[in-house]
Each structure stands twice: as C-alpha cells, then as structure tokens.
Design a protein around this ligand. Structure first.
Ligand SMILES: [Ca+2]
Ligand SMILES: [Ca+2]
Ligand SMILES: [Ca+2]
Length: 237
C-alpha cells in the first residue's frame, strides 16, 4: 500500500511536469511596454527558452520589454538569429537592462562567425567571442552578468534609447555586429527615439540560461509543489 501511494504521488508529479515541458515560451500578452520600465512580466515554471511577440511601429508599438531571470550567466544568450533558434520579421536590436533600468549590454546584428545577418545576439561579454566569433567593445569587456532579474528589450533598427540630452545610451551604429555596453558619454535612460517607421511583424527571442521572471503561486506549479511535499511526508514515515 505504501509503495502504491508512492507510485501514485510520483506519477502525479511526473505527469504534471510533463504537462509543462512544452510551455517554455512566453507569448507577448497584448502589447509589452517600451520599457525598460515599465516592462511585461513573464510567468511560468522551469527554463524560459523563448519569447514570442510582435511590433507594429506605424501603430505606435515601437519597442517591447520583458522581465527575465538570468540563472546561468555563463550560458546566457538571447537572440533573434535563426542560428540560435530565433526569428524577426524586421532588423532587430536587443537591449539587456538591470532591474533598475540601467543598460548592461546591447547588440544590433549577428557577427559573421555566427552566420551574420540583421538579427541580434547578446550574451555575457566573457562568452561573446566563443558564442558568435564577434567582438566586444572595449569598455564592455569589464561588464559581468550576475544571476538575477533583468529587463530585455527588442527594438528595430535604428531605434535607440537616449538620455535626456538625446545622446545614445549605447553606440550600436559604431560597430553593428559587436556587443556594446553603455556609452560612457551618456547619462541614464530617458526615452526611446521612436521616430516614424514602417517596421512591423513577429519575432522570437531564443533564450538560454534564463527562467521566467515569476513562478505562478497557484495552478500547476502549486500542485507540483503539493505533490513533491506529499512525497516528502510519505518518505519520512
Ligand atoms: Ca508588441
Ligand atoms: Ca510595445
Ligand atoms: Ca539588427
């Protein structure tokens, strides 16, 4: 009887885990804000492998920003390049911000070593060359991503975030396929340029080394927690 109960609880937990295994994508809910603050939360269980959404610049949807949780900086990567499982119907740019809205890294185009093209790829500066064959702008090499919550924005070329004096927060135009950190001559984020543009279409940001920003407190995750808890109780007897 005891064994049967163990089996039932284990089957329940495994079954629930299986039910969530294919749900590692966050799909944009409505329209995510420009950001970096405010942003759209991502909620789910386990690794966050992709974010799917769209922009529609003629109708004011210039930028989308999401909260992600980077758990493994050495393997962290975010990309719209097909070489990494991403996609974008427009010339994308990716921007990673800390939880306070300070720029960490950004990229416009994919380095030739990873296939080139107008899609984007970012990672920790220490892994960028091995991952993409691309360069890291000199001051950016000192930046190191630590585990925690970050904000990830996708914009389209050449829409930049600027400080209050209209200086670009990162100089992506100086080397399109390099990894860039903050422009030392810029102050903090104030606004996106958001000039008139016709870019519109879907994107998939492929991710590694990250999880959802939030874990649901009810539903499947709660039930999984209950199942694991019951297993623990039974085993201690
Ligand atoms: Ca959008
Ligand atoms: Ca938006
Ligand atoms: Ca690009």
């Amino acid at each position: 009887m005891k064994m049967t109960r163990h089996f039932l609880y284990a089957a329940m937990v495994m079954g629930l885990a299986g039910a969530t295994a294919s749900a590692q994508t966050w799909t944009e809910s409505g329209d995510a804000p420009d950001g970096p603050i405010p942003f759209q939360d991502t909620t789910g269980v386990g690794p966050l492998l992709s974010i799917m959404g769209s922009i529609d610049r003629p109708n004011g949807d210039h930028v989308d920003t999401y909260c992600i949780n980077i758990t493994d900086p050495a393997n962290f990567m975010a990309s719209t390049s097909a070489a990494f499982g991403g996609a974008a119907a427009f010339d994308s740019r990716l921007w990673l911000w800390n939880a306070n809205g300070g720029l960490v890294v950004a990229n416009d185009d994919t380095p030739a070593g990873a296939g080139g093209g107008l899609a984007s790829v970012i990672s920790d500066p220490s892994t960028y060359a091995a991952l993409t064959g691309g360069g890291v702008v000199a001051p950016t090499a000192t930046i190191s991503i630590t585990p925690g919550r970050y904000l990830l924005s996708i914009s389209s070329f050449a829409n930049d975030p600027e400080d209050a004096g209209n200086t670009d927060i990162a100089l992506l135009g100086s080397d399109f396929d390099a990894l860039h950190g903050p422009n030392p001559s810029a102050a903090g984020f104030d606004h996106w340029e958001n000039f008139s543009d016709s870019d519109a279409g879907a994107y998939t940001i492929a991710l590694r080394g990250a999880t959802f920003c939030n874990v649901p407190t009810t539903g499947v995750a709660g039930l999984m927690g209950m199942g694991l808890g019951l297993l623990g109780v039974r085993r201690r007897r």
